[in-house]
Write a protein that binds this ligand. Structure first.
Ligand code: SAM
Length: 221
């Protein structure tokens, strides 16, 4: 078994980078800011997240927390830090919320839209991405893939100058491609991870699947 094989998934062709060029972020509609969070329920949700982040203390973001074991674990271990989590699956968010400590907030939202139109610049110390969906099927793949040149720029904007983006994935070609997106960033030490493993990380550990990991600091603005 080689890294990058779609282990535990239906067989697919090897992972290939998406076709959108670095100068073409317009292909991802969620990226260029959104009016979604300016009205009604969504505005209230954005206000809740902003009020949460306005509290004193360092703040981190986990994107795609799924069951939220890692998010909840870090929140318990580092009570003086604020832990925001974004997940697009509503059932996961609703299931997790009652179990979180007050220094954690789980929000059902697309991380790309939130980074593009809600989060203040320079607030986060860490952005965690554990095993982002590699999106093996071609349909709308370019639009659904989390990482893109524009996403990386938005992460850089949201992070403090000494903040860091952490990525773990068992899809090695995806990881190599992300490395090209963060070529101007500086590799740095891994952030606080806690002891809980995410669901995919457990599968990798159980089945002996290699995991690629990287932590990068954004370039100076
Ligand atoms: C492959 S799963 C990995 C889940 C978990 N982090 C793990 O390591 O097992 C990717 C997760 O990211 C979520 N997700 C995908 N795109 C997202 C986005 N744009 N914003 C927030 N969450 C997203 C999915 O719903 C899913 O729960």
């Amino acid at each position: 078994m080689t890294p990058g094989d779609p282990v535990g998934r239906l067989p697919h062709a090897p992972w290939k980078p998406p076709s959108h060029a670095p100068e073409d972020p317009d292909r991802i509609p969620a990226m260029n800011g959104s009016h979604l969070f300016r009205a009604g329920r969504y505005a209230a949700e954005a206000a809740e997240a902003l009020a949460f982040l306005a509290q004193p203390g360092e703040a981190t973001l986990e994107i795609g927390f799924d069951h939220g074991m890692c998010l909840a674990d870090r929140a318990r271990r580092w009570p003086d830090t604020l832990h925001l989590g974004l997940e697009i699956r509503e059932a996961r968010v609703n299931a997790l919320r009652p179990h979180l400590t007050p220094n954690a907030l789980a929000w059902r939202a697309d991380a790309r839209t939130v980074l593009g139109s809600v989060l203040p610049a320079g607030r986060l110390t860490t952005i965690y991405v554990f095993f982002p969906d590699p999106i093996w099927t071609e349909t709308n793949r370019d639009r659904r893939l989390l990482f893109s040149p524009a996403f990386v720029s938005l992460c850089a904007r949201a992070l403090k100058p000494d903040g860091a983006l952490y990525l773990a994935t068992d899809v090695e070609p995806y990881f190599r491609w992300v490395e090209t997106l963060v070529a101007s960033w500086s590799p740095t030490v891994a952030p606080n991870l806690g002891t809980e493993l995410s669901r995919r990380e457990r599968v990798c550990k159980r089945d002996g699947i290699a995991v690629c990991r990287g932590t990068w600091q954004p370039p100076a603005p």
